[in-house]
Design a protein around this ligand. Structure first.
Ligand code: MG
Length: 474
């Protein structure tokens, strides 16, 4: 090799070594900001903890979600922040317990078509925070945080919206005398629910038989349209909230019957989305969450799902009401096939997403979400210390570590009164996930600690007017 060529060779070798060193330093010390990951949150409605094959269901097939778990992380102790739709969604969108935003009530548990309230403009939604960090944002599916123009997704940080703005069993026009029988063989015409694009109604009643399919197609189009810049897509399925609908291809396919058909279509949807991300080369740069807003609606018998080994379901502050089958997927970042038994909450999806985006978590108010990045990337410990279980405005129970104290209990539905407990009922959730064995007597110190934690938490809560009790203006 000639001298000059040799010099060039060693110079380039030297440069390569330097570059490698610098890259190593950058990746460990964050000298270079990592590219902002896209964020997709897929939120099912009333899906139970035990309704996916990867969470132990014996007859519902969920190959795409099972694969998502195999390529990502499965959370076994992950909570929504309320046992019913509206407050749960408010928590996901704001990172705050709904008691702080007024998105809960003891009189009306969720928003209805005759409600005039919605998510207050003063809240910083996840879409607003990500938009400020340079993201394109879209909401597809069920919103349920107010259907008047000022409350819709497009007024709350989303560039576009396509979906049914509240629950799919509202605007019922079927004869009341038929009672719940219409849920056994539901027909589209029984519920006059609107389907909206941005702020316009484009179909009414929405054809719910194709709703899961259309939400999926809409999401895939957005991925294709958004692929060059960071994006956030919030896909909130209306299913499997009753009435249950699925498209033709999924009719009578599942051994679990109608409910199984519906879950299998959602599973198909997840598969389509992950596949599209891979096709577009976006999989290594997109974090996808799968979760549910609350537990299964057990009063609908076979039309409702299953909380597996957890007690009770939707509407209650027993574990079945709020612990959700949760997956996080981000190939190349989240170790594949990992299972986290750490505490997590949909509140944390807010904070974690904003942190990953390099955005700003509001500092002028209490934010209850914590950053789960160390759990996701390194299987580390969760910074989440407590979980508060609210029913409306009442703090019913509190979890700290493995312990859960119920201060008040009440079955999910029905007229049984609130029952106060002093001392509280105490369960060790890791020994007794089904909340069967009250061990309060043996652990007075734990009770003391949980009571103190509840008091300390409640000191941070300032009363605000309920948005759920505001009637529609005339
Ligand atoms: Mg729900």
């Amino acid at each position: 090799m000639k001298r000059s060529a040799l010099a060039r060779h060693s110079a380039s070798k030297y440069a390569a070594t330097l570059f490698a060193l610098f890259s190593l330093l950058s990746s460990t010390h964050g000298i270079y900001a990592a590219p902002k990951p896209n964020v997709i949150v897929i939120y099912a409605d009333d899906l139970g903890y035990g309704d996916l094959a990867c969470f132990g269901h014996p007859t519902i097939k969920t190959p795409a979600l099972d694969q998502m778990a195999a390529e990502g992380m499965k959370f076994t102790q992950f909570y929504s922040a309320a046992p019913v739709c509206t407050p749960s969604r408010a928590a996901l969108m704001t990172g705050r317990y709904p008691i702080r935003s007024g998105m809960c009530s003891d009189k009306r548990r969720v928003l209805f078509p005759n409600s005039g309230g919605g998510i207050p403009a003063s809240e910083v939604t996840l879409a607003e925070a990500l938009k400020a960090a340079g993201y394109q944002t879209a909401c597809v599916g069920k919103w349920h945080l107010g259907h008047l123009p000022q409350f819709l997704p497009t007024s709350n940080g989303f560039d576009s919206y396509f979906g049914i703005p509240y629950s799919n069993d509202m605007d019922r026009i079927a004869d009341r005398k038929l009672g719940r029988s219409i849920f056994l063989k539901p027909e589209v015409k029984y519920w006059n629910v609107p389907l909206m694009r941005d702020q316009e109604i484009v179909e009414q009643p929405a054809d719910q038989t194709t709703i899961t399919k259309r939400y999926t197609e809409g999401t895939i189009k957005l991925i294709q349209q958004y692929k060059k810049q960071p994006f956030f897509i919030y896909l909130a399925h209306n299913m499997p909230h009753v009435p249950l609908f699925r498209s033709k291809e999924f009719q009578d396919q599942s051994r679990r019957g109608l409910y199984g058909d519906v879950i299998e279509e959602i599973d198909w949807s997840v598969g389509q989305i992950l596949e599209e991300l891979k096709t577009q080369g976006l999989d290594q740069n997109t974090i996808v969450w799968f979760c549910s807003d609350n537990g299964p609606w057990l009063i609908f018998n076979e039309q409702g799902g299953s909380a597996g080994l957890l007690r009770d379901g939707k509407g209650s502050t027993w574990e079945g009401g709020m612990r959700e089958p949760t997956l996080a997927w981000w190939p190349g970042h989240i170790p594949s096939g990992s299972v986290s038994q750490e505490l997590g909450s949909t509140l944390d999806i807010y904070t974690t997403s904003i942190k990953l985006a390099g955005g700003n978590v509001p500092t002028d108010r209490v934010v209850d979400g914590v950053d789960l990045t160390p759990v996701l990337l390194e299987g580390g410990n969760s910074p989440r210390e407590i979980m508060a279980y609210y029913r409306g405005t009442k703090l019913m129970a509190l979890r700290k570590g493995p312990w859960k104290a119920h201060f008040i209990t009440k079955p999910a539905y029905g007229n049984e009164p609130f029952q106060e407990h002093n001392p509280p009922v105490l369960y060790h959730l890791e020994h007794d996930p089904s909340e069967k064995y009250d061990v309060a007597k043996n652990h007075p110190n734990v009770i003391k600690e949980l009571k103190a934690a509840a008091e300390q938490f409640q000191k941070t809560v300032k009363p605000v007017p309920s948005q759920l009790e505001i009637p529609l203006p005339n």
